[in-house]
Design a protein around this ligand. Sequence first.
Ligand SMILES: [Zn+2]
Length: 403
Amino acid sequence: MTRTILRNGRLFDGTSDEVAVADVVLEGDRIVDVGPGLDGDEAIDCAGKLVTPGLFDCHVHFMVDGDFSAKAHLSTPFSMNFFQAAERMGRTLDVGVTTVREAGGSDAGIREAQAAGLIRGPRTLLSLTMLSQTGGHGDSWEICGSHMPGMSDPHPGRPSNVVDGPEEMRRKVRELVRAGADVIKVATSGGVISPRSNPRHAHFRPDELDMLVAEASAAGRFVMAHAQGTPGIRNAVAAGIRSIEHGIYLDDEVIEMMLDAGTYLVPTLIAPLGVLEAVDKGIDLPDFVVAKATAVIEIHRASVQRAMAAGVPIAMGTDSGVTPHGDNLRELAEMAKLGMEPLDVLRSSTSVAAELLGIADEVGTIQPGMAADLVVWDGDDLDVSDMRSRLSAVVQAGEVVVG
Ligand SMILES: [Zn+2]
């Protein structure tokens, strides 16, 4: 088998504090050797460059692309959504993101088309939809009394997502697993892009969340929680949910609970920025969305900063879809702005994310036996402020897919 060697790059292996010059040898879709002075058949010269594992984005939505206005949804033919998703997945891979967790919208065909090589894109773990209580963040009900098409209206690949009561929850989790969910997503608080839900209110009661986690665990699935307000975060952590998405109102008590439980935080710092940028671009969003986004930006940043300082495990996630796909790497710059060291930002975007997703034995680090997903960056420093401009090559499953 051909041995492809990435030669003389400065290597960040996903976990180590050491970032030293080394070679990486690939065979087929695997990394087979890492170290200095290796040999190979075909060489990619990485001298003066940084080599990292393929990056992760633990929170994307391929069924939207920076415009979640009613007009965009209403004027898109049903099957067009899937072609659009394919293009957005390609755009995501093009910036070095080789693994994503899809936080609602895409169905199993999206994952399987990518895995089968029919479309370009990152390896995709799916939540299918976001479970929501009646009137909650994922309920597509609108003030007019009708349901708006978008990321959560049901179709044959995407079960309905509104559920109330523990017994309905039990059945719903089983239905999602049947439809191909890799992870179960729930909204334990209100959110920004939903008319009557307040981000500060807790959604679902502990008996519903306990049932959710028990059923998901029995099926070998983790749970991720859209959780913005403190009570909703507290309930999610207490129920054993694995990751808090957004985490806008974190207080010291809830941070302590997260540390004790080993709960991850996926900050999605660029999401509220993206809402305001969309308005600047002339995308027509309801006033309540703009008002909610504006109100939370500084509070959100302070919360995430406090969690980072306390040592809560942070996994990179952007909520891309709210922002245009392909802008994912802006999140790394925002994480660094809040005081994370560049090495920690890179860990959050590789090995820590892989641990959150439960696939750390397959991706997220550069060591023999792992999948050959790697990115080569121009310059050998660790400056994460503008990673996109540094992108040199992307290797996915041993193939050079960019560069
Ligand atoms: Zn989201």
